[in-house]
Structures are given as C-alpha cells and as structure tokens.
Design a protein around this ligand. Structure first.
Ligand code: ZN
Length: 451
C-alpha cells in the first residue's frame, strides 16, 4: 500500500515529461508510471498540474547576523516560505568569526536550524584564516559538511581569504572531495573605486554598482578558477551576476577546470535601473544588480548550462532594517526570494522560452544536488529517492505581494509582478509540508543532511 498516490499529473523527469502517476511510500518515491493502481492511504488528483522534484535552494541566509542586525527570516519562517515555493532542501551557511572554530560555528548553526520544516545542510564559512583552520575543515567534513564558503572580498570584517590561504584551503577541500564555493569580487578593485568616490556620490544608491562593477567579479573569478585548477578542487562560483564574470567561467571550463556557477532570480529579472528609483535602498545586494545585457547573457547561459543552477541568496531585510542612513555602504546587503525561485523560474524561464520543463527541474534541483553531494537522494523524481515533490498549477496566475508571501519580510523585490504558475502542495520525504496556504507539518521535522 502506498502512503500517497498523485494521479494524472505531468511528471517532470530529467529527460522526459509524461502524463502519469507518482506513488510515495515510507518517505521515498515508490513508483512512477501511467495507470498506477493503489491501494493508497491518500490519493490526490493532480490533473493539469506539473509534478516536479522539490527544488533545492543551495544558497540562503536565515537569521544571518550582519552589521548589528540579522536577516529577518529565522529557520522556521524561512523554511516555511521555502516550502510554500516548492523548495524541499536548503543549503545555508555557518557563521564564522575570528574568535570561534569552524566546529563551534557548525554546532551553533545546527542549533539555530532545529525548527526547520524541510531538510537542510550547510556550507562551512571560512573567516579569519589561520593554519589551524585546515584541521577544522577536516573536522566539519567528518560531521557532514562537504562544501566551504570563501570570500575574496570583505577584508574589513575578516571574511576575505587571501590567495595563499585560499589555495591551501582549496588543497584540503580537494583532499576531502569537497566543493570550494566562492563569493568572487576583487577587494582591491572595490577599495580603489571607493577611495576615489566623493561622499556626495556615496549618498546615492547608484554608487553601489559603481563601486563594485562587473570588472571586480570577472577579475576575482579569473583568479579563483586558476587557483582551483592548480589545487585540483571542485570550484563553484556563487551568485554570478555579469556577462564579464560569465566569460571567465566559460573560459575556465574550456580549459577543463571543474567549475560550476549559479545565478539568482534578481540577476535574471532586475537591473541596475532600480538604483535610480526612490526605493533603491531596498535593492542593496552584493554583487550589485547589472545592466540588461548581463541579464540576457545570464538567461542564455542558464539555458545552455554554462550557469548550472539557480539559487536565491535569500537574505531578507525589512524596510525598517533598510532605513537610509546617508550612504549606500551603510545598508545591510541582501534580498529575499526563496519562495519565488521555482514559480519565477517557471513563469519567466519556461514560459519566457529560456527553459524546457526538464531544464527547469535540472536548474532548480538536479544540478545543485549533484554538485553538492545530495544526488540521487535529492533532486529528481527517481524510485528510491526521498519523496521531495512540488506540485505546481501552471494555470494559476497571481500577483506578488510581500503581505501574502510567507517570509517575515515586508518587502519583496518582485512586488506587483504577475507570475503564472503557483505551488499548490509540497511534500518533503513524503510528508505534506505545504498545502494551499497552510503548513500541516510539525516545526523541527526537517533533517540535517550530512553529506
Ligand atoms: Zn550569500
């Protein structure tokens, strides 16, 4: 007997889409095919609906401390919002500091994440590098962390890892079979730009893009992939934002470097035009939003697979937290969209002609699962895999409004945008975690994914 039988849906598989049924049992996908007969404890008619692998958002920041405040979703509100958007797995980050070990950081974050309603994992953040960090990397790997986060920018807060330490860390990551994930922006180019900037210029939001242009991203990507290649490590470029940065990823791939890249909905759907608007401060993010040409280049790259998968870099701050304090660099950077990744990727990506349905599943689930050691448990509708499933109604048309989203944030960068396609129900390991505006599952049921 099945636990759940989803009947008559459009099942989206890696290389095929077919009308059929999906059976879940014991938290796993038991069978898929046409005309599956029960019995089942619950049968749900999903005619006309898309049945997708639960999405993986491999880059989110719940309750992240930044400059005296913290991102406004905790692990309960953030994972509920994720579930409402068809996301069944998130990868968040440990919060490093000069004073703590990476093992301490992981323990603290595991505690914070306990109320999650969906499954989660962590990238271990490298902050305040010392040689002792290399053993700490081995220790957190023992505990199931198989990806590390490095910054090439943000020297002031100790987050920047210089090339020497970065290379040595990459060698250890390679030994561990782990991924080196990098926030790639060239600190020195940014600092020089800032030094040349008048205070009057810094009082405008346009200064954000001017202080860290595409050149900064491309220069850092160039250097990082070169080092990664020599270290023999799998390298991943986070939140790729520019055509120039993309060219460096493509070039490295042509040379045979094991590099992947992600981009976020805001780099595909928004441009630096917003920095001229009165509400510009709400769009503070790093990397900065770019021009229309960058946006188009990223869509093409996502379609072609040169950008491997989507993430949201979900890091929401309320309007009050983004109160203007006289200069662009006094704002917390980040925006939230974990609930919108899959609906936007369907509405703008599939209906916009950039992605096939299989491509949608690949870019929102499978590719991230493979890169981060979650495949085949997560990321695809495969017999034996975790029953992580998103049911999307492609006929539903709705308008984004922060007030009706499930994040704690009172601002959405997509406010007023019409989306075609809405998540109707989401299953995590066979359990209904979201159903038409409700969250039937118990807080804390989400599992830490040791990789
Ligand atoms: Zn981030």
């Amino acid at each position: 007997m099945y636990d759940v039988l989803l009947k008559n849906g459009m099942l989206v598989l890696p290389d095929d889409v077919f009308a059929g049924d999906l059976a879940l049992r014991g938290g796993r996908i038991a069978a898929l095919g046409s005309g599956l007969d029960g019995p089942a404890a619950e049968t749900v008619d999903v005619s006309g609906k898309l049945v997708l692998p639960g999405a993986i958002d491999p880059h989110v920041h719940m309750e992240l401390p930044v400059g005296g405040t913290r991102s406004c979703d905790d692990f309960l509100t953030g994972t509920r919002a994720a579930a409402a958007g068809g996301v069944t797995t998130i990868l968040d980050f440990t919060v490093g500091s000069r004073e703590t070990t990476m093992v301490d950081d992981l323990s603290a974050r595991l505690k914070a994440a306990a109320p999650s309603v969906i499954d989660y994992g962590f990238h271990a953040e490298m902050v305040g590098w010392t040689p002792a960090r290399l053993d700490e990397m081995r220790e957190v790997a023992e505990r199931g962390v198989r990806s590390f986060k490095f910054f090439t920018a943000y020297a002031a807060s100790g987050r920047r890892t210089e090339n020497g330490p970065l290379f040595e860390s990459m060698r250890v990551a390679a030994e561990l079979g782990a991924v080196a994930s990098v926030h790639a922006e060239d600190e020195s180019l940014i600092q020089a730009r800032l030094a040349l900037m008048e205070d009057s210029e810094k009082a405008r939001m346009t200064a954000l893009g001017l202080s860290r242009p595409d050149l900064c991203e491309a220069s850092a990507v160039h250097e990082v992939v070169w080092l990664a290649d020599r270290a023999g490590v799998q390298v991943h470029i986070m939140h790729l934002s520019s055509a120039l940065g993309l060219e460096e990823v493509r070039e490295a791939r042509r040379r045979g470097t094991d590099v992947t890249a992600e981009t976020c909905p805001h780099y595909l759907l928004l441009t630096d035009e917003v920095y001229g608007r009165p509400d510009a401060r709400f769009y503070s993010a790093s990397p900065a939003l770019r021009g229309d040409g960058d946006r188009r280049a990223l869509w093409d790259a996502l379609a072609a697979g040169d950008v491997d998968f989507l993430s949201t870099d979900h890091c929401p701050f309320t309007c009050a937290q983004k109160e203007w304090k006289g200069a662009f660099d006094r704002l917390p950077y980040g925006m939230g969209s974990v609930e919108l990744m899959l609906p936007l990727a369907y509405s703008e990506g599939v209906l916009g002609g950039h992605l096939t349905l299989s491509g949608l599943a690949e870019r929102t689930a499978a590719a991230a699962a493979r890169r981060y050691g979650l495949w085949p448990r997560k990321g695809g509708l495969l017999p034996g895999a975790d029953a992580d499933v998103a049911v999307l109604d492609p006929a539903a048309e709705w308008t984004v409004s922060a007030g009706t989203l499930h994040s704690s944030c009172d601002f959405s960068p997509y406010e007023g945008r019409t989306i075609r396609g809405r998540i109707e129900r989401t299953y995590s390991r066979g359990e209904l975690v979201y159903s038409q505006g409700t969250f039937p599952a118990r807080p804390g049921r989400g599992l830490f994914l040791a990789r």
